[in-house]
Design a protein around this ligand. Structure first.
Ligand code: SF4
Length: 329
């Protein structure tokens, strides 16, 4: 993994985790900073240009570590929360809201995992029911794994708390560290897929569908619980045929009886993020389409959403029971 440089907050520069990360990146130039916002929130940054040569920022997180998951986000009705040990993503999906949310395309990695764990514990203790924590909302949880060693720390933490669940959302094939760990039943590796035409057109740097399926298949064989996220459903000509092919490939490689859950999810984005993306990518065909506006969000038209969701769900019914299918809001 190459970064143009590593910015390191002075406060955490001498901590063991930061020192280990810097050892792994011994060839990358280092720059000392006082707070990550100086670099990340700087005005006049160009997300599109920066995305070509992003830097890594090692920072300490303060404030809220764990937030309630949006209504309808999760696979069940248990209390649900999300947390982000990173901001931004090493991949470059043109439909991704992150490009409109941040000014910077640099990656922020918060290294104070122990403080995240303390907040997860507080939330878990405050709930009377089982709790589900989602990782991978503002980033891809595994894509930076060789640097972050996120799973080593958090899988061990969740292994000791079997009544609470961790979902790791990813499009990454960086699963080697999971092969070195014993599977735990309260961790779900949820891989997102779109059909190959969407993958080729709008998912720059994302591993191919075959490579992701190979990684997911190995995890499943090893005993990890896996899930499929068919998100976002983007309306395309001949989408039915594309999804038929995608599902045939998926269920050729995976054991359909041994899948935790499958979700469909729609393309949604706050208007301000959409505007920022169009400014960055004025020549992008995806954003030259006509979209609908509902409740302050940019979305596809209801008839397109309904048609796609119904058709994809009916295709899925050939492979999986309805009981493990849900719609992610
Ligand atoms: S993998 Fe997910 S988080 Fe990363 S750019 Fe694509 S949609 Fe965004």
């Amino acid at each position: 993994m190459k970064f143009s440089c590593v910015y390191v907050e002075e406060e955490i520069a001498d901590t063991p985790r930061v020192q280990e990360i810097l050892c792994r990146l011994s060839q990358t130039p280092k720059v000392s900073i006082s707070r990550y916002g100086e670099v990340f929130n700087r005005r006049s940054q160009n997300f599109r240009l920066q995305k070509r040569k992003p830097a890594l920022i090692l920072a300490k997180k303060y404030g809220k570590f764990v937030l309630p998951a949006p209504e309808g986000y999760g696979f069940n009705r248990d209390p649900s929360f999300y947390f982000s040990h990173m901001l931004n993503c090493v991949y470059d999906c043109r439909y991704c809201f992150l490009q409109g949310m941040y000014r910077s395309a640099n990656y922020v990695l918060f290294t104070n995992y122990e403080d995240f764990a303390a907040s997860l514990q507080d939330e878990m203790t405050a709930q009377s029911k089982n709790t589900v924590f989602y990782s991978g909302y503002d980033c891809d949880s595994l894509a930076l794994e060789p640097v972050s060693k996120f799973t080593e720390f958090f899988i061990d933490w969740f292994a000791q708390r079997p009544t609470t669940t961790l979902e790791i959302r990813t499009k990454s094939t960086q699963v080697r560290s999971l092969f070195n760990l014993s599977p735990i039943s309260n961790c779900i590796i949820a891989m997102s897929f779109t059909p190959s035409d969407v993958n080729q057109e709008w998912e720059d740097k994302v591993p191919s569908i075959d490579k992701r399926l190979e990684a997911l298949g190995k995890l499943q064989e090893q005993g990890w619980r896996i899930a499929l996220r068919l998100e976002p459903l983007i309306y395309q000509k001949d989408f039915e045929k594309s999804y038929e092919r995608l599902l045939a490939s998926i269920f050729d490689k995976l054991d359909a009886k041994n899948i935790h859950s499958v979700s469909t999810g729609l393309f949604r984005m706050p208007k301000t993020f959409f505007k920022n993306i169009v400014e960055n990518y004025p020549d992008e065909a995806l954003y030259a389409r006509r979209f609908d506006q509902r409740d302050g969000l940019i979305a596809q038209f209801v008839n397109q959403e309904t048609e796609m969701t119904d058709i994809v769900e009916s295709l899925l019914a050939k492979y999986i029971p309805k009981s493990i299918l849900y719609r992610c809001a």
